[in-house]
Ligand binder design. Structure first.
Ligand code: SAJ
Length: 438
């Protein structure tokens, strides 16, 4: 039997040993899904705290119940370690490491490179490797293939199999999870696509094989660029409606009654999260190297990153209307996570709003039920503890992240002025002369 046939048999009879590199919000859900499907899984992460949490049968990821980890660890189907040498006995490896941006705005592939270099020490004939981390088209072929195959005398598509499969994890979402979200898989060769798809089919409800790793890499970037650009469009609609004296929220609600050919997005204080503001910049960076300017991405990014400043001008104008300069006024920011009902601060526009308000001399405080303290650049703040005591004392309240736990009626009643960047009050049917919306 060929290496491919042996590997396919192991994947199908579940005797294959699976390694997951990176045990974060992508890797741990994937690990438990493969383990629950009956495969033997070992998670590898340099962070010993994550490893210890899993080994004691607990979970550090909100979407993975501790009970599930505990059951799988006790059954021996799931283990975790910081020791990469376990990879020498692994048949199938999924790389789930971060792909952030550098301060310069360029892609930071250091996590992928570190994981690949560690894996290269243990790669062997009959192994399949799948990269899940969002990255620019060509990464799998140009970066991983040489390090994992060429330098090791392996022949990709014959005795070594390499593919890309974009993660589609939306933390906190209950309807679409790792197991039921369709999974695109594209290999360096058709055989690589087939082997990787056979692996993923053992645990996931729907696998979508595509012809190459580049197609899979680009599909993910289209998904998230689509969101970034449409959010940028609707943010610019807010700027245009402000000039026209038209209520952008009413315009969007009216447009959203169209039952086809329209998808509702809403304006906001900016673009947060570890995906949407970042992934499209991997694409525009790659295209710049090919002397092509991804104009839609660059324009949307410019508009989205300009929204925090726009919010601050709305606060300044609202205070001006009541004869108060922004400088010295007490401004209370409600909600600092990057989107409602989560505790994730990554790229949150609230940090820019607070920084700009402080720059202009406002006396800034914040409240967020999920985030007790903020440490950012040169300043740090702690969430006010008694929200309804703080609201009436503020000269202006700014709703930046519309957590569902807020009592918007009580806040409207108690506040002197409100700048509502999310239409949280309008969505609750509450309107008042005290409220300014984007
Ligand atoms: N935002 C707006 N207006 C909108 C939608 C979002 O201003 O109409 C803002 C949010 O407040 C947030 C940022 O954009 O600051 C990103 O929001 P998001 O809803 O896209 O949430 P994310 O960043 O968690 O995106 C994830 C992505 N999932 C993956 O990359 C695997 C994205 O592809 C999903 O579509 C999205 O979740 C989702 O649908 O919830």
């Amino acid at each position: 039997m060929s290496e491919q046939e042996i590997l396919l048999q192991k994947l199908r009879d579940h005797s294959a040993r699976v390694g997951i590199l990176g045990l974060g919000y992508v890797g741990l859900p994937l690990a438990v899904v493969f383990a629950d499907a009956g495969l033997s899984v070992i998670g590898i992460d340099p962070d010993s705290r994550k490893v210890e949490t899993i080994q004691r049968g607990d979970s550090h990821i909100q979407d993975v119940p501790a009970e599930q980890v505990n059951r799988l660890v006790k059954s021996g189907r799931l283990q975790a370690t910081t020791d990469f040498s376990v990879l020498k006995d692994v048949d199938a490896v999924s790389i789930c490491v971060p792909t952030p941006l550098r301060k310069t705005g360029d892609p930071d592939l250091s996590f992928i490179l570190n994981a690949t270099e560690k894996l290269a020490e243990y790669v062997h004939p009959g192994m399949v490797v799948v990269l899940e981390s969002t990255t620019y088209p060509g990464t799998t072929r140009e970066i991983l293939l040489p390090k994992l195959a060429h330098d090791k005398g392996l022949v990709v598509g014959e005795n070594f199999f390499l593919a890309f499969s974009p993660e589609r994890v939306d933390p906190g979402r209950r309807d679409w999870t790792t197991i039921n979200t369709p999974k695109v898989v594209g290999g360096i060769t058709q055989t690589c696509s087939d082997v990787a798809a056979t692996w993923y089919c053992q645990a996931l409800e729907r696998v979508v094989p595509v012809s190459s790793a580049e197609v899979a890499e680009m599909a993910k970037l289209l998904e998230n660029t689509f969101r970034m650009i449409n959010i940028g469009l609707v943010n610019e609609m807010a700027l245009m409606c402000d000039k026209l004296g038209v209520d952008v929220w009413e315009v969007i609600d009216a447009a959203a009654t169209k039952p086809f050919g329209f998808m509702k997005f809403t304006p906001g204080p900016g673009l947060g999260g570890h995906c949407i503001p970042i992934d499209p910049l991997y694409l525009s960076w790659k295209l710049r190297a090919l002397n092509y300017t991804a104009r839609f991405i660059e324009l949307a990014s410019e508009i989205n990153t300009g929204m925090p400043r726009y919010v601050v001008t709305k606060v300044q104008d609202a205070l001006n209307e009541v004869g108060k300069p922004l400088k010295g006024s007490r401004v209370l920011v409600l909600g600092v996570a990057y989107k409602p009902d989560i505790d994730d601060l990554r790229e949150s526009p609230a940090l820019d709003v607070i920084g700009l308000l402080k720059q202009k001399g406002a006396v800034v405080s914040y409240h967020d039920p999920h985030i007790p303290t903020l440490n950012h650049d040169s300043w740090s703040l702690s969430s006010v503890t008694d929200l309804m005591d703080a609201v009436p004392q503020a000269d202006c309240v700014v709703i930046v992240t519309n957590h569902s736990t807020y009592d918007y009626s009580a806040i409207l009643e108690a506040a002197q002025l409100i700048v509502d960047t999310r239409n949280a009050l309008g969505s609750a049917g509450k309107y008042s002369h005290k409220v300014t919306r984007l």
